[in-house]
Design a binder for this molecule. Structure first.
Ligand SMILES: Cc1ncc(COP(=O)(O)O)c(C=O)c1O
Length: 346
């Protein structure tokens, strides 16, 4: 979270803009919260250039719930949906579709190469209910740099770990979703952007709270939405606007990642990047040490510089620098300098 946003939250926590109440204490149907809700929807539409045909929904349950809701609403037993497997999160999405009897068409996979790249070619098939992809692979450190053409269907995209980090091309998208907890706020809010055309595919026996149209028709207030998270999400978007919008954010994210990738490339004797260069993620930078016996030493040295959370996920090992929107440029420079010094000593 950007420190400047946390400071606003702190200052407004007990008395939201002279209302005499915390935003957390207000009714979601009251005038004050309604203004925050509307402002946040308008802001997101403008910030991410979301075309009018899409609804913006505020849901809960994270991306993990979306993995189940997508086939529940738009596919089902005896139907076919496409998936691209680029890592653990894609696999979890596939698992939920298979559980519901969906015939999963694997359009491409990076599994045989330890998910070290984004497949360049996607096999097309007519009549898919959708083609699901994961735009940034948090664990493996790979990312789509252009979205694939899904043929005669639309993309459904898990954007959990790169949402609002760069501009989005909506041309091939039917639906995109993300938990806000990485780039856009605290945990507890899932933002869904969905083409209203999709509502007509919903099955009539789907429980009310599990249907997207319920959220679309009720301004995401059929039940009580996560009001505090929506308020903070709006503040984060304001902060992104102040960095130059998504284009500005992308520029900063490119600069941040470059410092660290340059450090990996400068010391091939010390570091092995996990991702192939053309698929490198700007959000999660994954690398191993050539000499694994030095991992503890590397970790301790980083800790001394207050660089924390660098341990890689167990499926890749080594290290992972997660440099989401709020990570300051300065922190990336410090890590890169440390990596250069550590690398030179090997
Ligand atoms: C790409 C991606 N998808 C899905 C998830 C799961 O998200 P949630 O915990 O919000 O269900 C994560 C979490 O890190 C993720 O990075």
């Amino acid at each position: 979270m950007p420190a400047s946003v946390l400071e606003i939250v702190r200052d407004e926590l007990l008395d939201y803009q002279g209302s005499g109440m915390s935003i957390m204490e207000m009714s979601h149907r009251g005038k004050v919260f309604d203004a925050v809700y509307k402002e946040s929807i308008d802001r997101l539409r403008k910030l991410a250039s979301i075309p009018e045909k899409f609804d913006i929904l505020y849901m809960t349950g994270g991306a993990s719930t979306q993995f189940a809701l997508i086939p529940l609403n738009f596919s089902g037993k005896g139907r076919t949906a496409g998936y691209v497997n680029t890592g653990t999160w894609s696999e979890k999405a596939v698992e939920q579709a298979k559980l519901q009897g969906v015939d999963v068409f694997m359009a491409a996979s990076s599994q045989s190469e330890k998910h070290n790249h984004i497949p360049a070619v996607i096999e097309k098939k007519a009549g898919l209910d959708y083609l699901h992809i994961t735009s940034n692979n948090t664990i493996y450190g790979t990312q789509y740099h252009t979205l694939p053409d899904p043929g005669d269907t639309k993309l459904v995209i898990d954007m959990s770990s790169d949402f609002l980090s760069r501009p989005i091309d909506w041309k091939h998208i039917g639906m995109a979703y993300a938990g806000t907890q990485k780039n856009a706020g605290p945990s507890g809010l899932t933002v869904v952007v969905i083409d209203r055309e999709y509502y007509s595919r919903e099955k009539s026996d789907t429980p009310t709270m599990f249907r997207y149209s319920t959220y679309g028709k009720n301004e995401s207030m059929y039940n009580t939405p996560p009001t505090f998270q929506i308020y903070v999400f709006n503040l984060i978007m304001k902060w992104i606007e102040s960095t130059g919008g998504l284009t500005g954010m992308d520029k900063v994210n490119q600069e941040k990642a470059k410092y660290i990738y340059d450090a990996i490339d400068a010391s091939p004797n010390a570091y092995i990047g996990h991702s192939k260069k053309e698929s490198r993620s700007l959000m999660n930078i994954t690398f191993n040490l050539t000499d694994k016996s030095k991992e503890d030493e590397f970790q301790k040295g980083a800790q001394n510089l207050k660089l924390s959370g660098l341990k890689g996920h167990r499926s890749v090992g080594g290290f992972r620098a997660s440099v989401y929107n709020a990570m300051p440029v300065e922190g990336c420079k410090i890590l890169a300098q440390y990596m250069n010094e550590f690398g030179e000593a090997i």
